[in-house]
Design a protein around this ligand. Sequence first.
Ligand code: ADP
Length: 169
Amino acid sequence: MENNTEMKIAVYPGSFDPVTKGHLDILERASSMFDKVIIAVLKNNSKKSYMPTQDRVELIKESIKDMENLENVEVGSFEGLTIDYARQVGAKFLIRGLRAVSDFEYEMQLSQTNQAIAPEIGTVFLITKPKYNFISSGIVKELSFLGQDVSKFVPKSVVEYLQKHKINV
Ligand code: ADP
């Protein structure tokens, strides 16, 4: 029988290029469900990322510094397969956020692939709040590059970073 006192650890993987308020909402909710949540930036994604991994990690750290009740959250980064990283850190759960039906197909495929290669690791899907439904890292970068204020969509540290770096999408 499984030991009931075993810590429930979850990994919340993603590009976080950059982290948005939508991501942070999912993170907050995950942190209330698990003993420990590791939000982890994927280094080599098939998607092209615009910000260096270290900057994406630092921005997450900055963003969660002043948030309450996130003492059980750690920030990490990894290369390669998410399930290998999860095994390394002793996590039995992955967290993914769902916005619209358009996320569903990809997320289902990803989750089923992970199930096939790592049956001991499950994926937990959390549905975004409607007010964050349309927020994506890509849209945020585009708006910011075009001079729009993105402070409604991303934490303050990200607003400042984008203003400074003028990321061209
Ligand atoms: P990936 O490249 O792995 O999709 P993202 O950084 O784009 O990485 O997203 C990480 C996770 O967060 C994914 O599960 C994605 O569906 C979810 N997510 C992205 N934006 C939002 C949002 N606005 N609200 C809730 N979940 C989101």
